[in-house]
Design a protein around this ligand. Sequence first.
Ligand code: R5P
Length: 340
Amino acid sequence: MQEPLLFSGNASRELASEVAARMRTRLGNALVDKFRNDECRVEIKENVRGAEIFVFQSLSRAPGGNSVNDSLVELLLMIDAMRRASAYRITAVVPYYGYAKQDKKTKGREPISAKLVANMIAAAGARRVVTLDLHAAQIQGFFDLPVDNLEAAPTLCSYLGQQGLKGNKVVVVSPDAGGVPRAEKIAKRLRSTLAIVFKRRPEPDVSEVTEIVGHVDGRVAVVVDDMISTGGTLAKAAEALKARGATQVYCCATHGIFAGDAIRVLNDSPIERVVVTNTIPNENLPPKFRVLSIAQILADAIRRITSNKSVSELFERLDAEEQAAAENTETAVPVLATAP
Ligand code: R5P
């Protein structure tokens, strides 16, 4: 078995370091910087010949002000550098796969950005992709490479269970029709009922609630989504749920993008708590926000990939552990940002 070497671009350095620590290894040494003309500059500072490489990079903004586009180019350049340095196999670990919203043509003269990004990652030299909660699961098919689309649901559900948010006092809510399968799975895990918010987008990044299906009156609503961008979807859903008699509204999402003034929008909304994972770096969030770590899931998945073990089995094991934890609330999910 090859001992894996982990590297990271600027968007995922903290998460990658945590994964490395959990794997009792270290992050590889690479310069990931910029030339004065603003082009990304990459130099791998250690030998990778014949090595099993994992390059971490979320396609999101990064600390220090790098944009989503910088993050994408850093990832591509790092993979290219590894390939030219004769790495044995390169896996792109993309905790948040950006450019996923345009995953089909909804009208004429639109790109399919998610497919183009997949082509670029493969052309750069990646032989496998590990990611979490793709915006649409079928994006896996945009790659002719193995894709492990991991789930944050076990981590989110453990947290909700620890907070006592389970059973028939809770209704799990999908904030749109597309999110129903995800919400249904979580409702099943929490042994709760399901409701669906129907939303429409009069223009990009603006959402309006049109209808709610399901009983929310007198229950705690837990709204689950894959990502929070402007926060509009969740803020509007929370207002509508409260108006229909929900006693409290909690919101969970895998990816906390928090674009523009999303943090203010969510903070000023009737939402009790906003829970995200650390697929995207976020600092100084208000007390209403919680960040859960998915480092252990990534570490376990990488260990399984390098030893040719099943990654699905990991989720079967997590399911079993979660069931056991449901009886024992002492088992804690690591929370990175908590209220003072
Ligand atoms: C939509 O299909 C997604 O699952 C999210 O609901 C959406 O991207 C959230 O966007 P925003 O926070 O800007 O409303």
